[in-house]
Design a protein around this ligand. Structure first.
Ligand code: SAH
Length: 226
C-alpha cells in the first residue's frame, strides 16, 4: 500500500473510532506523520500506534490525539498551551485548528527536531520552547485551552491557574501503577469543574529542570541542525 493509501486508511479508522469532526480529520490528513517518526519506523507511521521517538518517549497514537483534541472543542480564535510537544506531531495538528500554539518540551533533542519539522511544514503560528511544562507559561497566560501529553499524578495547579475564563484543559491524570484517566478541566465563572473522560496509559509528566541531552539527533529530530 502506498503512503497516501495508508493515510486514507488511518483517516477511515479514526472515523470508525468516532472522530466525526471534519476539521480535525482534515488537519490530521495534512500532517505527514511519517516525518515525525524516526526513519526506521517510517513505513509504520500510519499504523495507528504509538512509536518510539528517542529518550524513552513516544509519538502519541493518532486516535488518542484525535479524541483529546475533540474533547477540547477548538476554533481558530484560540490560543493553546501544549505541554510535552515530543515529536511535534500533535503540535502540527493543533496549529491547523487554533490561532496560536505555545508548546513546551523538556528534552532539547526532541524540541529541536520538532522545531525544525514544524518550520519545514510551515507551521508559523507555533512557538515551541525548552522548559518544564508543569510550570505552564506564565508570560503567555491565560490560555483558552491547555493540552498535556504526559501523565501527572494530580492535575497541576500551575496549569489550572493559567486557564482563561471559559477555558478547557484536557490531560491524562494518574501514576504509572494505577489506571490513568483522561480528564477535562473547565474554568467557569472562576470555578474549576473536572470530569473523567476515558482510561489511558501515558508516559509520566516529569517536573524539574529540562534535559539538555547529548546531541543525539537521530530521534524524531532527524533533520535537526546542530
Ligand atoms: N504529543 C507528543 C507526545 C510526546 S510523549 C507526540 O505526539 O510526539 C510526552 C512528551 O512529554 C515527551 O516528549 C516528554 O519529554 C514530555 N514531557 C514530560 N514531562 C514534561 C514536562 N514537565 N515539561 C515538558 N515536557 C514534558
Amino acid at each position: 500500500m502506498t503512503q497516501d493509501a495508508q493515510k486514507i486508511r488511518l483517516i477511515l479508522e479514526l472515523r470508525q473510532a468516532g472522530i466525526i469532526d471534519t476539521e480535525i480529520l482534515s488537519a490530521m490528513e495534512k500532517v505527514p506523520r511519517e516525518r515525525f517518526v524516526p526513519h526506521a519506523f517510517e513505513d509504520r507511521a500510519y499504523d495507528g500506534i504509538a512509536l518510539p521517538i528517542g529518550h524513552g518517549q513516544t509519538i502519541s497514537q493518532p486516535v488518542v490525539v484525535a479524541k483529546m483534541i475533540m474533547a477540547l472543542n477548538l476554533n481558530d480564535r484560540i490560543k493553546i498551551l501544549e505541554v510535552g510537544a515530543g515529536s511535534g506531531y500533535q503540535t502540527a495538528i493543533l496549529s491547523y485548528l487554533c490561532r496560536r500554539v505555545y508548546a513546551i518540551e523538556r528534552h532539547r533533542d526532541l524540541l529541536i527536531g520538532a522545531q525544525n519539522l514544524l518550520d519545514e511544514i510551515r507551521r508559523y503560528n507555533v512557538t515551541a520552547v525548552l522548559g518544564d511544562g508543569t510550570l505552564g507559561w506564565p508570560d503567555q497566560a491565560p490560555f483558552e485551552r491547555i493540552i498535556v501529553s504526559a501523565a501527572a499524578p494530580e492535575i497541576p495547579e500551575n496549569l489550572t491557574n493559567q486557564l482563561a475564563e471559559g477555558g478547557v484543559m484536557v490531560l491524562p491524570v494518574g501514576d504509572q501503577r494505577r489506571d490513568q484517566m483522561i480528564m477535562r478541566v473547565i474554568r467557569r465563572e472562576g470555578v474549576i469543574h473536572t470530569e473523567n473522560l476515558w482510561p489511558v496509559r501515558f508516559l509520566p509528566l516529569v517536573p524539574g529542570r529540562p534535559e539538555e541531552d547529548n546531541g543525539n539527533v537521530e530521534t524524531s529530530g532527524r533533520f535537526a541542525k546542530r
